[in-house]
Ligand binder design. Structure first.
Ligand code: BES
Ligand code: MN
Ligand code: ZN
Length: 497
């Protein structure tokens, strides 16, 4: 992966900046801003004449690429609309325009004049972080199994000049945070995009080891099927029973905080391929079930991001990595298994396997005496029906935790929506043959899946993120890196708390 470097810099006269591309935001108005006037002078009136002709009047998303002037090889103006309406949404459009325009040129470096941008309800670091995160994530390309990958954009360095509202040191920190988050998102995307014949449970375990390599704050522990059997993980192991690929429980321990600080625990569903098992899925779009380890990918990406940031907190990651296949050894509908918690489960549908993997991982999480446990999983098709591709579903047994996650989603624009976890739904999981069934009936499928998990998360503050709709796109097909930004923001917000 080519990585782009970000550098914060105090504003100076734009004419003095040596750069491959000088990028300036421009607002609608009769009078040019101070920066625009400076650039207009530098380009011998090119801006005012383009505005006079009506070709460019700073409408949101409009761009104007001018030939070089002064020490800049190119000058790029980006329309930002009405200055009074320049909010978070408008600034996201601005950032996307930077990405599109810069990746369309051959410029190897560029300088964004961001000093004049003031966004309501944010501090100055928010924009810088968003720039670095979005541009880094946008530059991701999948190449691993292509014999002739397309050429990547040339851009390798982005300088961002900031205003007096922030120190250069704080600005650089915001850029680093955004860049780390974007890199974490790309880690998640890469793992999720890999085909299931490469990305197996054992492959994920190797990736955890290599993430920890050379990082003294991060250690890995891999549990094989024998170890899991000794722990009594009958639910998780029932899923891998029909596969030739052995399951793994992957544990990563990040110690950025004090030794005695309680950790946050992230739990990821790592079904590297979900055929449905004996309750076999229909054929259409079954290839997309390689993304059924999207929760695990999100956990890896978040661990990567916080490691890069050196976040001063403790975080444990637990990934249940399994392949769900139908073979002669596979679990059958009606089979009853015993989970690590001791609760027995009647498996009425082998395609409701994610909750079987997660419930044992959630019980395993108890040993870390967590401050909070957050699991993430591409858990239900019903979640996609309910919320589509834009919002991750949040469930929690603690209101405050749900609120914190929703807030983090808004700040990072990786948004989530609070769903009910009412007791009224619990009896949909009743059965005559075990403590609980893994099937909740036709109504509220994402909710009853969460209800199932809640029975294994009683000993701590817990939240569940159903990312079935948000972890990947179907057209064009590709992983999104969600919810790495949300979780990284949530964990950053916990520092010092
Ligand atoms: N991995 C799927 C959920 C899924 C399906 C995510 C489609 C995204 C797109 C999960 O293991 C599953 O198969 N769930 C079943 C549960 C049902 C049998 C209760 C589902 O949603 O159909
Ligand atoms: Mn399934
Ligand atoms: Zn699944």
């Amino acid at each position: 992966m080519t990585r782009i470097v970000f550098k914060a810099q105090q504003t100076t006269d734009p004419a003095s900046l040596t750069t491959g591309c000088l990028i300036a935001p421009l607002f609608i108005g009769k009078k040019l801003s101070d920066v625009a006037q400076q650039l207009d002078k530098l380009t011998a009136g090119a801006i005012s004449s383009a505005m006079k002709l009506g070709d460019f009047y700073a409408k949101t998303g409009q761009t104007l690429l001018l030939p070089g002037a002064g020490k800049a090889k190119r000058i790029l103006l980006i329309g930002c609309g009405d200055a009074k309406k320049f909010d978070k949404d408008a600034s996201r459009k601005f950032i996307n325009s930077i990405y599109r325009a810069v990746s369309a040129t051959q410029a190897k470096d560029a300088t964004v004049l961001a000093a004049s941008l003031n966004i309501a309800d944010t501090d100055a670091s928010w924009l810088l972080e968003a720039i670095a995160r979005t541009i880094t994530a946008s530059l991701y390309r999948y190449t691993r199994t292509l014999s002739k990958p397309k050429k990547a954009p040339a851009i390798a360095k982005l300088v961002v000049s900031h205003g007096p509202g922030i120190t250069t040191r704080a600005a650089q920190k915001a850029l680093n945070t955004g860049s780390a988050t974007g890199a974490g998102m790309n880690t998640a995307k890469e793992l999720a995009n890999l085909p299931a014949n490469i990305c197996t449970p054992r492959y994920l375990a190797e990736q955890a080891r290599s993430l920890a390599k050379g990082n003294p704050k991060l250690t890995t522990q891999i549990l094989d099927e024998k170890k899991m059997a000794d722990l009594g993980m009958g639910a998780l192991l029932s899923v891998s029973a029909g596969s030739d690929e052995p399951a793994r429980l992957i544990v990563m321990n990040y110690k950025g905080g004090k030794a005695n600080q309680q950790p946050y625990v992230l739990v990821g569903k790592g079904v590297t391929f979900d055929t449905g098992g004996i309750s076999l899925k229909p054929g259409a779009k079954m290839d997309e079930m390689k993304y059924d380890m999207g929760g695990a990918a999100g956990v890896f990406g978040t661990m990567d991001a916080i490691s890069r940031m050196g976040l001063p907190i403790n975080v444990v990651a637990i990934v249940g990595a399994v392949e769900n296949m139908p073979s002669g050894g596979a679990t059958k509908p009606g089979d009853v298994v015993t989970s690590m918690s001791g609760q027995t489960i009647e498996i009425l549908n082998t395609d409701a396997e994610g909750r079987l993997v997660l419930c044992d991982a959630l019980t395993y999480a108890e040993r870390f005496k967590p401050k909070a446990v957050i699991d993430l999983a591409t858990l239900t098709g019903a979640c996609v029906v309910a919320l589509g591709a834009h919002a991750t579903a949040v469930y929690s047994n603690k209101e405050e935790l749900a609120e914190q996650l929703l807030d983090a989603g808004i700040t990072s624009h990786d948004r989530a929506w609070h769903m009910p976890l009412w007791d009224d739904y619990q009896n949909q999981l009743d059965t005559n043959f075990a403590d609980v069934s893994n099937l909740g009936g036709p109504g509220g499928g994402s909710i009853t899946a969460a209800c199932f998990l809640s029975r294994f998360a009683k000993k701590y503050n817990w939240a569940h993120l159903d990312i079935a709709g948000t972890a990947w796109n179907s057209a064009p097909k590709g992983a999104t890196g969600r919810p790495v930004a949300l979780l990284t923001q949530y964990l950053s917000d916990r520092v010092g708390k």
